[in-house]
Design a protein around this ligand. Sequence first.
Ligand code: CP
Length: 350
Amino acid sequence: MTSAVLKQRNLLGIRGMSAAEITHILDTAETFREISEREIKKVPTLRGRTLINLFFEASTRTRTSFEIAGKRLSADVINISSSSSSVTKGETLLDTARNLEAMGPDLIVIRHPSAGAPHQLARVCRAAVVNAGDGAHEHPTQALLDALTIRQRKGSFEGLRVAILGDILHSRVARSNAHLLTTLGASVTVAGPGTLAPPEFAALAGEGGLTVARRVEEAVEGADVVMVLRIQRERQDSAFLPSLREYAVHYGLNLKRLSLAKADAIVMHPGPMNRGIEIASDVADGARSLILDQVANGLAVRMAVLYLLGGGAGVTTATPNPAAQTKPEVEPQPEPLSSAAAAAHADGSK
Ligand code: CP
């Protein structure tokens, strides 16, 4: 890792990251948001670097945004899915990784149904490894994009009350968010059916800040942020729920339950959503929903992560301004920066 703030060369999880490291990634992501608003959405920051996206599980948002992020930074991007890889012929994950490594990639992004798969890869690869979701373990870039979305609306995390609702047990998003939000000073309350939100989850944050509520209403009351998780039917190998209809009635976020939160509370969901089950459509599409802002921020966060781990040009200080340091590959016509953004970049600030 070339940054003075980030200590690791891979991004495998949020657990163990310091508040300074997390904030550094969020600050870097803010500088990348502007690139996506340009007419020519491309900078040469990672020109000559190779990114492999290795997805062994379905994905819309994460896979697409890592691909777009790599391309906007001018990296060579190769996408490999489990169905198109030699894993279908019996090759192990580690042999796949060693063979990819022999081709000299600089970055490998991996999503895998088994917890710990990215860590295994990181042990055998010289390339920087990014965890794009491993089983029910962690999904660090999701938590980072969630944090960026919260910070844009709420300013800071200290004292913020965040409710996380639903299938906590199977959720890598819940784990990464619990680590991140409590590290930055927010208090997190999770709630769901007893089978999917076990009391032991409270120990996850270590130094407190995490509570398991018995009822969804308890968690939502007075919350600044209400984060709804998907019911993960594919990870439920036994009967955790009586029925989806009952789940919607007792645990789903509807307008009535949302009215218990603060008047300016925001609603988030990592996607993909089960409309009418964990979240009502009028909540998902309502004025307080930031679900599509999360997706837009996902691109900025993934550009930041690739830039920081991929040794992008000019990363020599703790406060890089990549958007200002790099010139677009094709000179845009006309000048693409808004006057406000141009002023900000002219003096090197974010
Ligand atoms: N939030 C998320 O990881 O979505 P995808 O599964 O579509 O990548």
